[in-house]
Design a protein around this ligand. Structure first.
Ligand code: QAP
Ligand code: CO
Length: 163
């Protein structure tokens, strides 16, 4: 399993709903958690490792020592409130960070690895990580969440770096 780097076209694909939460998915999710942690990431979505299915893993910021990870399957943002600017990076665009616009608070409905429905009401970093990873499932990278003028400058920089 390897992290796909921009401009890999797989990062722009729309992912399909997970239909079966089977052993394969569980072991894939665990491998993604290991990769995320090995590179000091805080979130990793399935398309970033070449899997076009709607799930992602991320750090559980509610856990003080950050030892726990979350797996969100078929997530849907069902409520959003407020606006915030968050400085983001992406494991698929290594070395580049910029401020982007996000909702401040969201409600996100998903399934966990046991197939149970879960509902989160995150704020702060947890909220923006969920939004960032959820975007990956729609083929959206974080520069899409910048103002046009900032995005133009940012895209020039990364297109120079990743040819
Ligand atoms: C998404 O991204 C995120 O460039 C997760 O050299 C990030 O884990 C959402 C990383 C920030 C909100 C705020 C990036 C590691 C990790 C790099 C990541 C790098 C090494 C990115
Ligand atoms: Co990312």
């Amino acid at each position: 399993m390897e992290i796909k780097i921009y401009p890999d076209p797989i990062l722009l694909e729309n992912c399909k709903d997970v239909v079966n939460i089977d052993e394969g998915l569980v072991s894939t999710a665990k491998e993604m958690i290991n990769i995320m942690r090995s590179v000091d990431g805080i979130g990793l979505a399935a398309p970033q490792v070449g899997i076009l299915q709607r799930f992602f893993v991320c750090i559980d910021f509610a856990n003080e020592n950050r030892e726990d990870s979350l797996v969100l399957i078929n997530p849907k943002i069902t409520e959003m409130e407020g606006r915030t600017e968050s400085k983001e990076g992406c494991l698929s665009i290594p070395g580049f960070y910029e401020y982007v616009y996000r909702y401040e608070k969201i409600q996100i409905d998903a399934l966990d690895l046991d197939g149970n429905e879960v509902i989160y009401h995150p704020d702060g970093l947890q909220s923006v990580v969920f939004q960032h990873e959820n975007d990956h499932l729609d083929g959206i990278l974080f520069p899409e969440r910048m103002s046009q003028i900032k995005k133009d400058i940012f895209m020039k920089k990364i297109n120079k770096e990743f040819k």
